[in-house]
Write a protein that binds this ligand. Structure first.
Ligand code: FAD
Length: 422
C-alpha cells in the first residue's frame, strides 16, 4: 500500500522542453513533483527558443514580430494550441523559464517584441525569440554586417566557415573565415570533446594565438558552439579578453552542444527545487486507482518502480519523443491510449511531394485537449479530470515549419500547471 509520503502531487511524463518546463513551474508552485523521461528534442536542439516565426507555412511567410504572428495564427488556425493561451501567459512562461536558466548560469537574450535574426550552421538566417547569450554577438554582427571572422576546425564535421561565408557573401561582404588545427586533439573532432577541452584556459590561449594573425582587421570572431560545456559564457569572456574582439557562437548541426548544456542545467536545477527525477526511464503502464489518483509503472524489469500521483502532465512529444507511435494503419498514443487527431487514412499522412511547401498532415497530428489542456477521450469529454497535456504532443500545429517548438512547449506547460493548480 502507498504511504501518503510516497504520493506526489504531480507526475510529469516527459523530459523535453515541455516536461522540463512543467516540472519547473509545478515545483515553483510548491507542489511535490516527480518527473520521468528519456532523451528528447531538447538534447538535439540548437538551443534557440522559437516562439513563432513562420505563418502561413505554405507561403513561408517569416515574421519579425512573434506576437503579431501568434495573433495571425490563432485567427487563421483557431485550433492551434496558442489559441488556448493569452499573450501575457506566453510571455510570462518564457520569462520564468529563461530566468531559471540564467540563475543556473545559462543566460538567454532577445527582444520583447521582435524576433532576433541568427546565423544557422548552414549560413542561412533564422528568426527566433531567445538565443543563448553566447550567440548574441553573432546577431549584432549580422545586423551591422560588421567585419567578422568565422573560425572552423580541421576534423570538425557539420560546420563549415566556407559554406557560411559563401551563403552570406552578397549580403555581408566583410565576413571571412579561417580553418585552424584544434589545439587539443587531431583527427575527427566532436563538439562535446572540444567543449570539455576548451574549459581549460591554456587551450583557449593556444587557440586564440593561432587565430589572431587572421583577425587583425575584424571586430567580431564567431566559433562553432563548442566553447565549454558548463560555463560557456566564462570561456567567451576569456576569449574576448585574450583577443580584444567580440566573440560569439553559432550552433553546430544536431546533436549540438546546446542540448547537453540545457540538460545539464535541468539535471542540477530541478532536483535542487525538490523535483524527484527518474531520468532515462519511461512510463510503461498506468492505472487509475479508486481514489482517482494514477499509479504509474516506471522503467522495466527489476528496475521497474511504481509511482503514485494525484495529477499528471503528459509531455511526451510526438514521434521523436515517442509520445506518438505510428502503427501500420494509425497513430496511437501509447501511455493512456488517448485518441489521436490524424488524417483518416495512412495514404493521407504525407503529401506526394516530400518538400511540399504546406508540410505534411501527419506533422500536425496529436491529441485534442479542452480549454484547460485536458486530453479529450473517446467520449468527446476530458478522458480524466486530473490529466493535462503540453508540448509537441498537442494536435493542430507543425512546430518545425512554424518555428514555434520550444516556445509552444514552454507556454503550454505553464498553462497546464496553472490549470492543475486551479
Ligand atoms: C534536431 C532538433 C532541433 C530543434 N531545434 C529547435 C530550435 O532551434 N528551437 C526551438 O524552439 N525548438 C527546437 N526543437 C524543438 C524542441 O526541442 C522540442 O522538440 C519541441 O519543442 C517539443 O518538445 P516536447 O517536450 O513537447 O517533446 P520532446 O522534446 O519530444 O520530449 C518528449 C519527452 O517525453 C519523453 N517520453 C516519451 N514517452 C514517454 C514515456 N512513456 N514515459 C516517460 N517519458 C516519455 C521522452 O523521453 C522525452 O523526454 C528542435 C528539435 C529537434 C529534434
Amino acid at each position: 500500500m502507498t504511504k501518503n509520503d510516497d504520493i506526489y502531487d504531480v507526475m510529469v511524463i516527459g523530459a523535453g522542453f515541455a516536461g522540463m518546463a512543467a516540472a519547473l513551474f509545478a515545483s515553483a508552485q510548491g507542489l511535490k513533483v516527480v518527473q520521468t523521461g528519456a532523451t528528447g528534442g531538447i538534447d538535439f536542439s540548437t538551443g534557440f527558443i522559437d516562439l513563432m516565426g513562420v505563418h502561413p507555412i505554405a507561403e513561408g511567410k517569416r515574421w519579425k514580430n512573434p506576437w503579431s504572428a501568434i495573433e495571425a495564427v490563432v485567427q487563421d488556425c483557431p485550433n492551434h494550441p496558442y489559441g488556448l493561451l493569452s499573450c501575457d501567459e506566453i510571455f510570462e512562461s518564457v520569462a520564468l523559464f529563461t530566468r531559471f536558466l540564467a540563475e543556473q548560469g545559462l543566460e538567454y537574450i532577445g527582444h520583447t517584441d521582435r524576433n532576433t535574426c541568427s546565423l544557422t550552421p548552414a549560413g542561412t538566417i533564422k528568426r527566433t525569440y531567445r538565443v543563448p547569450k553566447t550567440a548574441w554577438n553573432g546577431s549584432v554582427a549580422l545586423g551591422k554586417k560588421a567585419p567578422t571572422l568565422i573560425v572552423d576546425f580541421y576534423g570538425l564535421k557539420g560546420f563549415s566557415g566556407v559554406q557560411l561565408v559563401e551563403t552570406q557573401k552578397h549580403h555581408w561582404p566583410e565576413l571571412k573565415t579561417v580553418r585552424i588545427q584544434f589545439p587539443s586533439g587531431r583527427g575527427e573532432l566532436y563538439p562535446e570533446h572540444m567543449a570539455w577541452a576548451l574549459a581549460d584556459p591554456a587551450v583557449q590561449e593556444k587557440m586564440i594565438a593561432a587565430i589572431m594573425p587572421h583577425a587583425v582587421d575584424v571586430e567580431y570572431i564567431g566559433f562553432p558552439a563548442v566553447l565549454g560545456l558548463n560555463d560557456p559564457q566564462k570561456v567567451v569572456d576569456h576569449l574576448a579578453a585574450l583577443s580584444g574582439k567580440k566573440i560569439f557562437e553559432i550552433p553546430t548541426m544536431p546533436p549540438s552542444i546546446a542540448g547537453p548544456r540545457l540538460r545539464a542545467v535541468f539535471d542540477r536545477g530541478l532536483p535542487a527545487q525538490g523535483v524527484r527525477t527518474h531520468s532515462q526511464k519511461l512510463v510503461t503502464s498506468v492505472k487509475e486507482l479508486d481514489s482517482g489518483m494514477f499509479e504509474f509503472s516506471v522503467g522495466t524489469g527489476a528496475a521497474m518502480l511504481p509511482v503514485v500521483a494525484k495529477k499528471a502532465i503528459l509531455a511526451t512529444g510526438r514521434f521523436f519523443g515517442k509520445g506518438l507511435r505510428a502503427e501500420r494503419k494509425k497513430l496511437v498514443e501509447p501511455v493512456f491510449d488517448l485518441p489521436v487527431v490524424q488524417p483518416e487514412t495512412r495514404e493521407q499522412w504525407h503529401e506526394q511531394d516530400f518538400f511540399a511547401p504546406q508540410g505534411h498532415p501527419v506533422n500536425s497530428a496529436g491529441i485534442e485537449v479542452d480549454e484547460r489542456l485536458r486530453p479529450i477521450g473517446q467520449s468527446g469529454r476530458p478522458a480524466y479530470d486530473n490529466l493535462y497535456a503540453a508540448g509537441a504532443i498537442l494536435a493542430h500545429h507543425d512546430w518545425m515549419r512554424m518555428k514555434c517548438g520550444a516556445g509552444l512547449a514552454i507556454a503550454t506547460a505553464y498553462k497546464a500547471v496553472k490549470e492543475l493548480t486551479r
